[in-house]
Unconditional design. Structure first.
Lengths: 295, 295, 295, 295, 295
């Protein structure tokens, strides 16, 4: 069951901003579809080869507006230079940390490059932070997250945490997409104070090195249910990762909403295709999301 | 001519929040109708005698939502205790200073009781500040306003200034409602960095002690035009003051919008009457405002 | 003799910004013609009656550019909302304090409404401060000036002080335009750390209540010479005050430059007339200033 | 297409200072030629062997003035001791970090030695920061850059980022001059909030270890185009690196301007030769840049 | 050529304090002889074995006074406890950082133990800081130096930097005494904003691992000349290091002064001998320095 905004202990700033995102944009029914655009930093311009127009942040922000998204996710530089033109037309989620994929990820850590004060100044309605669950660099990661959480609390901005299992220890225990690690990551994020958590879809068949409790047959739906359940009063978004087939994404989306997720956050699956095709895919997602209204 | 949001030198936070107020609430056509509710501090509970229900902030916030207002104005205490329930449903303008009407107003000054950080934390979309134009206490007043302006700039919140001529010197030169003082107040507020200025309707027939340039016959419309013109790129709201007849208020409202004002901010004229009567009055105001769309 | 920039003890920021103002704008010969526009706050919109177009800050900034001025002086609000369009085309002097003319001036004080940090952020090349020489409110005035001076030093911005004799004691000793008070004001400002001082033209015939040394026949030129001499290594600008005849202003200007003033700062004499007439007047001033190059 | 200053989301300070650099110095046509002089720290005095006169910062600053450069880049020490004489004659870019080439670059990081406040105090028109894209020391690098970006925003100074791929991971994936790493570096810098990015010319034939999308035949012009495109609204400068033949540099320069770069920043290619030869080379560069005016 | 105090961009505090050191103490001819006394921390009491009296800071301060030194260099503890008796009789240079020689120097860093505020409080006329050129710990070193430089600027104290090549990378490229590393260190220190740099005498025959430009025959005088030249407007002091023969020290001193150095800073060569012998050695140094007056 998806929690309601009135029951999850939020102050007025967080509650009001989440209300705006969930009920005054997109379908306005308490669900959310976000358009993330941090890949230029995370993976580099190679992600724009499939649809060169997507290299331009204006294209992405316009797509978010035309597609009726509940928010667009930008890094500080793109927000500073491109959001101004469209300020207020679609909610902004300011991503506060990020890293390139050049160095290896054995000690994964995503350094801060922006602040909650930046987010307020830019008129963002939420902030995003990537936590690398299981990384040997957890001390630096927790320290950064604590600062962001405190600032987000002080200024009343919802905190959305990208919860990604990463690092040498994760590789040895199920891997980054395993049900075990994804569920654990959702729980950790909830325990650390996120208002919303973004996770990848769990793969219950990845069991190499997982604890005994996870070394059994689990349906995808049950795994998704468990992830949402473990997140408690932290709202859950499922992300898409690399581009997959539309039918697969739609089925995953249905499972997510069925499990009580608040919504979806699809980037490459959204804009690594031609513009009108993106809008058609959005329309199909909205059909699904319309069946799961919240309050 | 009313300035557009794109041309008045705003950063993304101020632009986005004004866009939200002007284009995603109320008529959504770039005009604004605000519901101010600072009278419990400014005048005391005597203002609620005409309609005892109005003593309850919930009544006022609900009225703002039902009436499709572009914002409700609350002091810090009412915002803390009552806005939570409705956070995000109607924009909040947090009024940051206020005073009682117990001491005389010869050296009028409205002390700060809240901060822009409070406003951000509560999810407000703008802050309000009362400047007493012409007061002998100008040094304290300018100092307070400077702090609020700097914080509002830093955090990207629009600054709405209540520009009220007050004090012994004002009384000797036209008085608080004179065309001379109102226009001067609008100009001063613009020079001091307000994004929006709220003034009372000017009375061009109040000429006792005014400079020669103002000691002549001027129509009400010309006076209103002059006030809006003198405010430059600072958006103008006209306020109602004490309750007057509906026809008078509607005529004034028409003149204000005709002059290029962005909107109206009516309190006692709005809620010192029965609930449904308030909504009927709102409907008539919206008819007028619909004729003056902006962009 | 006008001091050179290399000999007056400036750090690189102040020297570079003054070099820019004096040698890369206007005539580029070390003289300066400034266009001040603080009258909307100081006197109110009545100053714009003679030429209503001048109520629009854009008109003034454009006039400064077209007329080849060395700088335009704006208050914080006009700078925030109007300078952006023309940023870098003409140097900005941000005026940091100001007052209305509504209360009496017996205890004249001009409260701060902006900061040197604001000036830097807006790309201003200098800051302006009004000091009321002789006011009973000197303690507050000196305190404000001290803060501005320290910040201007820290950030390397030239400090231009409007040195105006004001207050009940000044009225009793020569008055605000007397040679005695003007020269004293220039000296005080220099002693308090201004880089540039702006004074009105001294009237040596105003001798009521002045000390014995000033109670004698002095030519206007000698009085102007004395003011410049008393300012030492603080550069001197003469201001125009209320509109006077062109011939009178030109003669005064010649005297000022002859005395070693760095330049002129004329507002109402400049823009209380029709646009092309302003440019013709500028051309005649530039003829005079071209005869007094500095280095 | 080179972005215009009016469309890239700049506040008045950044816009005014960039206007000054691009339109009031050099060719004044919106292009820029910078003279960097950080090699004494980065490589040591050995870089001055080819032209011993270049060891003297005065020689370099004078060359910048005589050659009509749009700016000279100095470290804090040279700026403190040598810029004063020429303050305001040529824009100063204060480089805020730097390192020697004594230790190995596997974990490359360029420590801060100056601040944006220093830059303002010295009258600089922009600040420079070296980001080592791909370095294992990214957390410290991002942290430093974030502080510089926030201060530059607060004080209105344009931020120019030297974006250099470096470190063991870069060496394994294309290397520091590869098209892949240069384009990625330009994008990262844009995402992190630089106003201007300085990159070396990309070498599309360096493909060892690059992602599949880059493992193909690409012309130099197409690679340069891609780098400028990926930088979005961040203006691009191409740097020269070690001294090469004039014809090669001129051809590279033409390609850069053709791609929409804002300009060039050549150090060793400029001053590792005799004085008059430097000016002749500048003249040829200006011929190219004159063909690519901006607005 | 030694720079004059009037041409090196100093504010009045730094200029006045250097004037006091250079022209009102010692020979009073613009040269300087300093007595450093940081060896108790750097090497421990073993340095006092040769002359046990030198273990007493009083002995050293008296020697500085009797010998007519231009300054004595003390760490915070010695300054606190011993300078009081002689305050004002000989200028104090407060050394702000230092380290023991117990750990290896592969990642050499000299931690701060005092502040510029301490120096002002103690009446010091300058501060000293040790920078380890080429150390892998450059980030911490630059960060400390930046703070000291900013404070010294703010408070007007001259900053003397001990520029010592150190660390594993230095050892591999010429070593700590090589001409290459010493010249590079002088240049780096100048670029980082030192007013005075203290270096050891360069050894041009140490060429193992140096860049090609340094792998050639160079006379000692030419090397010393190059070091002074590379320091630009940063005044240069040569230090003595371990005790050597008097004739060798005198020849080195003559070369240093001939090259344009401002002076000498000899510790162990001065006080690791009997008292009167020290004074005789000082007398011979003064004979040399008297031949190189500055202005």
């Amino acid at each position: 069951m998806r929690p309601t905004l009135a029951e999850i202990g939020l102050g007025p700033g967080k509650k009001g901003r989440l209300h705006r995102i969930l009920f005054r944009h997109g379908l306005g029914n308490g669900t959310a579809l976000f358009l993330p655009y941090d890949q230029g930093l995370e993976h580099g311009p190679r992600d724009f080869v499939a649809n060169p127009a997507a290299a331009d942040p204006r294209y992405i922000i316009r797509l978010a507006i035309e597609g009726g998204f509940n928010g667009v996710v930008l890094q500080i530089g793109s927000a500073e230079k491109f959001y101004w033109d469209y300020a207020g037309e679609v909610p902004l989620v300011l991503k506060l940390n990020g890293k390139t994929d050049v160095p290896p990820e054995t000690e994964a850590l995503s350094p801060l490059h922006g602040s909650v004060d930046d987010a307020v100044r830019l008129g963002a309605d939420a902030v995003g932070y990537t936590l690398y669950h299981g990384t040997p660099a957890a001390q630096a990661d927790f320290t950064q997250l604590r600062q962001v959480r405190e600032d987000a609390h002080r200024l009343g901005l919802p905190l959305i945490v990208w919860a990604y299992p990463r690092g040498s220890a994760v590789d040895a225990k199920g891997g980054r997409d395993s049900f075990y690690q994804i569920e654990y990551a959702a729980r950790v994020t909830s325990e650390l104070g996120a208002d919303v958590v973004k996770v990848n879809f769990p793969h219950p068949n990845k069991r190499s090195g997982v604890p005994a409790a996870y070394d059994r047959e689990v349906s995808t739906q049950d795994a998704v249910n468990a992830v949402v359940h473990s997140a408690g009063r932290t709202l859950v978004l499922f992300s898409g990762g690399e581009k997959a087939s539309d039918e697969e994404m739609l089925e995953r989306s249905r499972e997510a909403m069925e499990a009580g997720a608040t919504g979806l956050i699809y980037g490459r699956n959204m804009w690594q295709r031609e513009h009108d095709d993106s809008l058609r895919f959005v329309a199909r997602l909205r059909e699904i999301m319309a069946k799961y209204p919240g309050n």
